[in-house]
Design a protein around this ligand. Structure first.
Ligand code: NAP
Ligand code: MG
Length: 489
């Protein structure tokens, strides 16, 4: 295939126009499959943040968006979804170049889902409503739902465009103005989302895009008194920093953070379905999934056979350029991420876990260029090991056996995280019991890693708070105002 793709240098989208950064600085975004620079991107700094926040405040306060009839806002969001779908061939290539995910995953799964998110919230815009409590005869009481104001959406690199829509779509539906800061590793499709917004008819300043570093542009947004809310998805560590810094101006904050999600297979499960779910639960998107089922709990009686079968499937995975049809797994996102993942693999080996599959960099792929790691299965893992406790965010699975329901509930909940969980069983009562007992924001029964625009997603415990998706996400971008009208005696 022709691998030459020309990508234009990326600029900042500020107040309805494209601009270089005021400092003139740029940064390179790199293709993790061959380590080549894809494009130079203007790097937003604090000066650019000031200009963008001023434009967002002006747009918010003068009201071309928040005062527009909700049905008109909805039409523009719907149009954004349509334009996104029309541009899937271009956008999926950009997403694949930037992240290393396969073209199938970007083009057939994630971008269509991003379009669905925009169109779900197109409809949701018209369903925002307050309440009229009937508790008094001497007064008319009602609540208004008002947009929170200027929102900074700070997103990670694992699903760059999809996770951007998880924030941008409900915030726009609510009538907010949004400044989107993509991750440094993956700015390309966020810039295109800005273009889609302009082409769909968003007024200037309503959606702005500022590629730049977290510590400069990101922090400037978090501290800025003109920003009303920070909607963050990323690591638990950065989430904690953001909470501390946002306290200075008492901003609203929602944080969707890391996980170490349990995926639980009972002996009575459909074994083939469970194998597929265990496999895709950890290896989808190279394991760079916040909800990855990175702790696999297998009932003792089937443990040995299950792990052997799973390891065989992991060893059969074809790694390669994510643009090639035969490729089932691309490279991890960056050199830094590869080093982190290889560090965890070394720790697993040193700690005495058994490598059942993988366990190394795949330097035979692409002549040693690119950040390829073999899908790795560790067996004989114990709950104290680092690989059982910490989020690896790569294609590394830790398998732990369990004896019965109460044993696995205790082990599954033995983590600081609480993002998601999977349960595989044919026993309906057991499934529901586990769904209640596991302390996490999502529980999948006999499936894994599925998302619907209508179903809220987010964390318990140190996986964060606030919800993306569903009507709950819109609530996060609204203030409630109570109005009391005296009716006299
Ligand atoms: P990260 O380092 O926390 O970065 C996330 C975003 O925050 C990036 O845009 C980053 O910019 C920015 N950032 C970094 N430091 C900042 C600061 N001091 N102030 C403001 N912004 C800052 O996370 P990552 O390594 O990109 O992504 C992986 C993590 O995200 C994993 O832990 C994963 O579990 C989590 N995640 C969670 C969910 C969920 O829904 N719960 C979904 C996906 C990923 P730079 O790129 O310039 O550093
Ligand atoms: Mg980072």
């Amino acid at each position: 295939m022709d691998k030459s793709v020309t990508v234009e240098p990326g600029r900042l989208l500020i107040d309805g126009g494209w601009a270089e950064s005021r400092s003139g600085k740029t940064f390179a975004t790199v293709n993790p499959a061959d380590e080549a620079v894809i494009a130079q991107i203007s790097e937003a700094g604090p000066e650019d943040v000031d200009v963008a926040v001023a434009a967002a405040r002006k747009a918010f306060e003068s009201g071309p968006w928040s005062k527009m009839p909700a049905v008109e806002r909805g039409k523009i969001l719907w149009k954004m979804g349509e334009l996104l779908m029309e541009r899937v061939p271009q956008l999926s290539m950009l997403e694949t170049l930037d992240t290393g995910k396969t073209l199938f995953d970007s083009g057939k799964i994630e971008l269509p889902m991003a379009a669905q998110i925009l169109q779900f919230y197109a409809g949701a815009a018209t369903k925002i409503a307050g309440a009229t409590p009937s508790s008094r005869s001497d007064a008319f009481l009602y609540t208004l739902k008002e947009p929170v104001g200027v929102v900074a959406a700070i997103v990670p690199w694992n699903f760059p465009l999809l996770l951007a829509t998880w924030k941008v779509a409900p915030a726009l539906a609510a009538g907010c103005c949004v400044i989107l800061k993509p991750a440094s590793q993956t700015p390309l499709t966020a810039i295109e989302l800005g273009r889609i917004g302009l082409d769909a008819g968003l007024p200037p300043g309503v959606l702005q895009v500022l590629p730049g570093s977290g510590s400069l542009a990101g922090m400037a947004l978090v501290r800025h008194p003109g920003v009303d809310k920070v909607a963050f998805t990323g690591s638990t560590e950065v989430g904690k920093t953001i909470l501390r810094e946002a306290a200075g101006t008492l901003k609203r904050v929602s944080v969707e953070l890391g996980g170490k999600s349990p995926n639980i297979v009972f002996a009575d499960a459909d074994q083939e379905a469970a194998l597929r779910g265990a496999f895709s639960g950890i290896f989808y998107n190279k394991g760079e999934v916040c909800a990855a089922g990175s702790r696999l709990f297998v009932e003792e009686s089937i443990h040995e056979k299950f792990v052997a079968e799973l390891a065989g499937r992991a060893d059969a995975v074809v790694l390669g350029d994510p643009r090639e049809k035969a490729t089932r797994m691309g490279p991890v996102v960056s050199a830094g991420q590869m080093d982190t993942v290889l560090g965890y693999i070394a720790s697993g080996k040193d700690g005495g876990a058994r490598v059942a599959a993988g366990g190394r960099r795949a330097d035979e792929v692409n002549g040693g260029k690119g950040y390829f790691v073999r899908p790795t299965v560790f067996d004989g893992v114990t709950p104290e090991m680092k690989i059982a406790r910490e989020e690896i965010f790569g294609p590394v699975l830790s398998v732990l056996p369990f004896s019965d329901v109460s044993d696995v509930i205790a082990k599954a909940n033995g983590t600081i995280y609480g993002l998601a969980a999977g349960v595989w069983t044919k026993d309906v009562a057991k499934a529901h019991k586990l769904a209640r007992a596991i302390r996490s924001g999502t529980v999948w029964i006999n499936t894994y890693n599925l998302y619907d625009p209508a179903l809220p997603f987010g964390g318990f415990k140190q996986s964060g708070f606030g919800r993306d998706l569903g009507h709950e996400a819109i609530d996060g971008y609204l203030e409630t105002k109570s109005v009391w009208i005296d009716l006299g005696r």
